[in-house]
Design a protein around this ligand. Structure first.
Ligand code: COA
Length: 150
C-alpha cells in the first residue's frame, strides 16, 4: 500500500497551467493539451481540474468535465519520476468524489489500449471496458472506452 500522507489535492488555478504542461511532457505518448488549452478550459463551467502537491511541488493533475450527469475524464498525469506512489489513485478518487457530489450516475473515459498502467489504475477504481474505438489516436492506436457507475 502506497504511503500517500503528505500529498494534498487542490483545485488547479490558471497559475498552475505551466507546471501542468511540464508534467504532461514527462509522460510518453500522452495526448498533451499544453498550458494555453488548460487555461482556456478552466473558464468552461463544466471543467474540473485538480493538482496533487507534495512539499509544495506539483506532482500530478487530473482534468475532467462534469456534464449531463456524467463525469468525463480528459486527462490524468503524474510526474514521470513520481509514479507508482499512489498519486494517480488519489487524483482519480477526487474525480469520483466530485462526480458523486454533483449527482453524476456514471464516469467515462477513453484510454489507448496499450496504456496498461492507466488501464490498471482505472480498473482498480471500478472502471470496466464498455467498448473500443479503433484507430482513435492519430488514426493508428485503438482506444478502449471505460465506464464506472457512481
Ligand atoms: C497512469 C498514471 C496516471 C498512474 O499514476 P500513478 O501515480 O502511478 O498511479 P498509482 O500509484 O496511484 O497506482 C494505482 C494503480 O494503478 C496501477 N498502476 C500504476 N502504474 C502502473 C504500472 N507502471 N504498471 C502496472 N500497473 C500500474 C496499479 O494497479 C496501481 O495499483 P497498486 O499500486 O495497488 O498496484 C501514470 O502512470 C501516468 O501519469 N502515466 C502517464 C500519463 C497517462 O498515460 N495518463 C493516462 C491517459 S490520459
Amino acid at each position: 500500500m502506497a504511503d500517500v500522507s503528505g500529498i494534498i489535492i487542490r483545485k488547479a488555478e490558471t497559475a498552475d497551467a505551466a507546471e501542468m504542461e511540464k508534467i504532461e511532457k514527462t509522460a510518453e505518448n500522452y495526448p498533451a493539451w499544453g498550458a494555453r488549452e488548460f487555461v482556456k478550459d478552466m473558464a468552461n463551467r463544466v471543467s474540473n481540474m485538480f493538482v496533487a502537491e507534495q512539499d509544495g511541488k506539483m506532482t500530478g493533475f487530473i482534468n475532467f468535465w462534469i456534464v449531463g450527469g456524467q463525469a468525463q475524464l480528459n486527462g490524468i498525469a503524474v510526474r514521470g519520476e513520481m509514479t507508482k506512489r499512489g498519486i494517480g489513485g488519489l487524483l482519480l478518487k477526487k474525480m469520483l468524489e466530485s462526480a458523486k457530489e454533483s449527482g453524476c450516475s456514471e464516469a467515462v473515459l477513453e484510454v489507448e489500449e496499450t496504456n496498461l498502467p492507466a488501464i490498471r489504475l482505472y480498473s482498480k477504481f471500478g472502471f470496466k471496458k464498455a467498448g473500443t474505438r479503433p484507430k482513435f489516436y492519430d488514426n493508428t492506436g485503438n482506444a478502449v472506452l471505460m465506464r464506472a457507475e457512481i
